[in-house]
Design a protein around this ligand. Structure first.
Ligand SMILES: [Zn+2]
Ligand SMILES: [Zn+2]
Length: 202
């Protein structure tokens, strides 16, 4: 069930390909916890500027905690991304690591919680949403990419053209600061009900 080494390469053909976890026993014992480590590919993980490459694993490392009305899922979702640099258009890539804390309930409000079956929980929607929210919309090949010359189109990372400095260069420097958006977000941002905390009393 668990995969000890959640690397981003799908090589072995025999391991479990879904994120479904049996939870009947967990639900019978409120307050109990279970650590789940698993990795598998998820299809169609893409936003306008980047994507998780096809076939690359999404790694889930979470603790499931049985709470009074469902299961609280807390942990980390990880994978890698690829895209085109917004400044120089060369390939860009990086790693995703997203902290999640989501509540899964039977017949819950799907706006703020994830669905739970009576005896199993599918972690894929949580992993999917976490990746979609963390994928960069405007990726950079590297911090401080110099981009293309607005005059001649030369890639300033690899060549120096003879064009005079232009106001766009100053704008490019400013956008360096704006690109520094944090990548850690929770997926549905569920407002957890009172009494649902990460720690149990005993
Ligand atoms: Zn670049
Ligand atoms: Zn130029």
């Amino acid at each position: 069930m668990t995969v000890p080494s959640p690397k981003t390469h799908g090589s072995t053909g025999s391991r479990q390909r879904t994120f479904v976890v049996p939870v009947a026993e967990l639900l019978r014992q409120p307050g109990s916890r279970r650590h789940v480590v698993h990795a598998a590919p998820i299809e169609d993980l893409a936003v306008s500027g980047s994507r998780v490459p096809a076939g690359v694993d999404v790694a889930v490392d979470v603790v499931l905690e049985s709470v009074h009305d469902g299961i609280l899922v807390t942990g980390t979702i990880g994978s890698s991304w690829e895209g085109a640099c917004r400044r120089c258009l060369e390939p860009a890539h990086g790693e995703l690591s997203v902290e999640v804390r989501e509540l899964c309930v039977l017949d819950g409000d799907e706006e703020t919680t994830y669905p739970l079956d009576v005896d199993r929980l599918d972690l894929e929607p949580i992993a999917h949403d976490a990746c979609i929210l963390a994928l960069p919309l405007a990726p950079l090949c590297r911090e401080g990419c110099l981009g293309l010359c607005p005059e001649c189109g030369a890639n300033r990372n690899v060549e120096r053209c003879a064009c005079p400095p232009s106001p766009e260069i100053r704008w490019g420097t400013l956008s360096l600061v704006r690109d520094e958006a944090p990548q850690v977000q929770t997926a549905r941002g569920a407002t957890l009900p009172d009494g649902v905390a990460g720690e149990t009393a005993d």
